[in-house]
Design a protein around this ligand. Sequence first.
Ligand SMILES: Cc1ncc(COP(=O)(O)O)c(C=O)c1O
Length: 411
Amino acid sequence: MIDAQKIRQEFPILDQEVNDEPLVYLDNAATTQKPRAVLQSLNRYYERDNANVHRGVHTLAERATAEFEAARQKVQKFINANEAAEVLFTRGTTTSLNWVARSYGDAFVKEGDEIVISYMEHHSNIIPWQQLAKRKKAVLKYIEITEEGFLDMTSAKEQITDKTAIVSIAHVSNVLGVINRVAKLAELAHQHGAVMVVDGAQSVPHMPVDVQAINADFYCFSGHKMCGPTGIGILYGKRQWLDQMEPVEFGGEMIDFVHLQDSTWKELPWKFEAGTPNIGDAIALGSAVDYLSELGLENIHNYEAELVAYVLPRLQEIGGLTIFGPQNPQEHTGVIAFNLDGVHPHDLATALDMEGVAVRAGHHCAQPLLNYLNVPATARASFYFYNTKNDADRLVEAIMAAKEFFANGAI
Ligand SMILES: Cc1ncc(COP(=O)(O)O)c(C=O)c1O
């Protein structure tokens, strides 16, 4: 069970006023707040154990290395990877996706091959594939979205063919609030000899994820969206592929032997991690994994579903408010994008901020999706396990107040 009131005490940042109102933080899809356990882990590392990893023989270096590699093992267990060597530390989802496009893409994609993504992808899961398609003279194709805001599986079956080399899809949309059937898409991809890449930026923080059950070839996510620090993320890849792939970056830490004209690489996972890694943040990500595991991802998922079941009908009652994605709360995650008739989303978000309610406004790094929906921008509230029904009420009240304000202002 999630006791959000109790949990909030572990997040110091939530206990503050913004514009003379208690803060309601509803921008969790952009980044989440950090519990004391994660902040302390970062502090403890720098105060006690800071040293470079893998190359020192002194005690601090051994401690730092042990903690760094322990964090990798925690992540391995968290996503049920087959082995820790399949878990690579990166800077975040964006870097992870770029590495797959650069390394796997450059090695295996040929001229005329097809790369299949969807209209609901984040720019981070579009541009690396555009660039790969340009380098390789490959073709980038898009799966359609249904009227209700789901990924259209009929379109998926049409787009994924024997020409497909890569399918790359978000597990959870950062705008529409839908969970995509990535295991089914992986099955389709594999039937056609393609690999399945999953953008897990919005899924791993909110629900149990088992990369083997999905049968993903690659799975990418960010630490900062799951209570961890910025600047650290994960690329999971099946050994079968990682063994055959070349590193994207070269330098210290990732080499075995360096000769004058050539060099050899370390084994997995280190061959991909050139230079001094982000040790402190990786260790703190391990603490975030401990923290989330303690709460239980199933519990987090159920609690967020409860919040959505509470807030979505209340939002639907507000006249002139358009909510994007499925209208059934059982089919909608805690990411809720909306627009108020006649009010620009930026003005709406500013009005909400005046009430202490933090939401995002803009294209949410999903311009092709917003073009597809025919809207230039939306506002977006995104919930996490430390949000409460009171937060939901405050959001609804703030939107009603903004509606009143802009209606009167227009008179
Ligand atoms: C679905 C999705 N993919 C990728 C990203 C990029 O994540 P990052 O900026 O942490 O690399 C985000 C971030 O908002 C996202 O929501």
